[in-house]
Design a protein around this ligand. Structure first.
Ligand SMILES: [Zn+2]
Length: 279
């Protein structure tokens, strides 16, 4: 297994108290957002490689220095694939990118339009996209919903990525979380763009929505564009694989269609790093 979507967060440090409070209210219990390297590595035992990122989104009280994520990867350099993050609302975000790429050797980029409060099609980002396309740096966008009150949902609609991909057709892109709850938008975007993918992280624990999304993916013939990710620490790779494999359980004994077992296994076994040109 390749885990294309995992988080590392240091608290206190990378997130504000207000962010942790909102996360805890959303979950209905106190959320521990301080992830210890040993816990992370234990959870990642079943995977061959794992993409890990923080997030830079000043608007939402989230800020992971790229130095920190590069240092975290040194706990298991043969396994952890660290992605940088930049916040395009910061004036020096291109310098931030250059530093992370050239000095810290970070080869992927996490962007969070809703959490940071920017439109993915804001022309100020064109220079960033051009650099990523030229250097072969894939971009993983957090698209879809959130519990953060001040994060604008309008910047999180998956169809916004269509325009990015039309303008930068060689750019490798992942739409995270299948863009939930707008999975339909995500599926039509990944269907038409060869280099746009989606990850399945954190979708299985809303089983009815997950099932319907996968039926739609099957009907559009795009299950081959879906990559495996866990969204650790919110779920481990083992829990995610188990949850994904359980998808047909709720339709047992009914005439409802099933998700093909071979499509499910292919998602779990797909080499997302290869899809993104990182091998
Ligand atoms: Zn995530």
């Amino acid at each position: 297994m390749i885990d294309i979507h995992s988080h590392w967060i240091k608290y206190p440090g990378h997130v504000t108290d207000a962010f942790v409070e909102e996360a805890s209210i959303a979950r209905g219990r106190p959320v521990d957002l301080n992830i210890l390297p040993e816990d992370y590595l234990k959870a990642m035992e079943p995977v061959e490689k794992c993409v890990v990122f923080g997030m830079k989104a000043c608007l939402s009280g989230f800020y992971t220095p790229n130095e920190d994520i590069a240092a975290f990867a040194s706990y298991a350099p043969e396994k952890i694939v660290p992605f940088m993050s930049v916040d395009p609302t910061e004036g020096d975000f291109l310098d931030d990118f250059d530093h992370a790429y050239h000095d810290l050797n970070l080869r992927g980029l996490k962007l969070a339009p809703m959490y940071a409060g920017f439109d993915p099609n804001d022309r100020r980002l064109d220079a960033l996209y051009a650099r990523c396309q030229k250097l072969g740096v894939p971009i993983l966008y957090h698209m879809g919903t959130t519990f953060v009150r001040m994060a604008p949902l309008k910047y999180s609609r998956p169809f916004l990525i269509d325009e990015v991909a039309r303008r930068f057709p060689e750019l490798r892109i992942v739409i995270a979380h299948l863009g939930h709850p707008w999975e339909g938008e995500t599926l039509v975007v990944i269907r038409k763009h060869p280099h746009v993918w989606a990850d399945i992280a954190a979708i299985y624990y809303r089983p009815w929505q997950f099932y319907n999304s996968m039926i739609l993916a099957q009907e559009y013939g795009v299950t081959g564009k879906i990559l495996f990710g866990s969204d650790y620490p919110f779920s481990t790779p083992a829990e995610s694989a188990q949850g994904i494999r359980a998808i047909n359980r709720m339709v047992e004994g009914t005439n409802l269609p099933r998700i093909r077992e071979e499509s499910i296994e292919a998602i779990i076994e797909r080499d997302g790093l290869k899809s993104l040109g990182l091998r």
